[in-house]
Design a binder for this molecule. Sequence first.
Ligand SMILES: [Zn+2]
Length: 399
Amino acid sequence: MLLAHQIRLDPNNVQRTYFARAAGTARFAYNWALAEWGRQYAASKADPTLKPPNEAALRRQLNSIKREQFPWMLDVTKCAPQLAIMQLGRAFENFLARRARYPTFRRKGIDDRFAISNDQSEVDGHRIRIPKLGWVRMREALRFTGHIVSASFSRKADHWYVSITVDCPDPPLPPAENQGVVGMDLGITHLATLSTGETLDGPKALRLLLGSVRRLSRALARKVKGSRNRAKAKLRLARLHERIAHIRRNGLHQLTTNLTRRFHTIGIEDLNVSGMLRNHRLARAIADMGFGELRRQLQYKAERRGGQIVVVDRWCPSSKTCSGCGYVFAMLALHQRRWTCPGCGVSHDRDVNAAMNLKNVAASSAVIACGGDGAGLARKCEAKPAPAKQESNSKVNYD
Ligand SMILES: [Zn+2]
């Protein structure tokens, strides 16, 4: 399976300059191809003898003109413009499949990234080789062994990172300790409540550092546009956001590793995260927890151990159904943390009861799934090759 490892780089000043130029070249090529795509598409509509645009043709077109028109492109790796246009091709694929909006132009300072293909990069311990530059120090060695598929470089605040996608041979990890089923209810007071009654808390990084975010945001707003002090304030805020993202990601990794190491089958609820984020009262708490990322990590980590994640339909009334007798308590309000089942008289903790229901659905669907038939309420999410980063999942041959 494809796994990506993101590593912070320690570039010197020459290497920093190279990264900025390569990112600039990638951005230019992307924006050039996007504008050209729109122009060629309109032309093909007006004149049916012309072909509609495609990324391979655009790459050939850029290659044929770059020596005369954009000679500065030759200063950095040829992958920077080429892979950027391939990424544009995927952006259009996603747009046409209605998975994404129409691609937008990349902006300097926001989309500073470029990628190199597998035959152009080489990793050796704590360093990575980049064409036309040489070896760049990495903060740690690559964690996965296997064939390197691609490497993409990106800037966050003023730090550069490389994300190396590796094709890991299966099955690399021992199976979970417990071959049973667990249900996990995701919530606001606790990140996760397990059907065992255990509660797990996420990293509430944003909540802890929110005061600092507000302070630095106000400081930035007071600075004169275009001033040197504004640039410094902007960098301080960007570094804080980067730190918050790291704390959040670390906490989630610990949680998902812990769960997938312990349980074979994990039942979770299919939360409509973007729908929930539209509810502003819940938004910050949910964004702070990172539900979507939690689910993504659970899925690929379970897959590495031969486990499975059962995603239970979001309309399944997991909180309102009694896990003992199946009575549906329709009157249950959102603020009620405990309730007593009118059917069997058992007193329930809201979250633990929901987790028990998710466990029951996961257990039944796992059994049914073995018979080759999907369960009504749940769909299995396994054996889906889930690359950690979408843009790294690419075939890397081009002309
Ligand atoms: Zn009951």
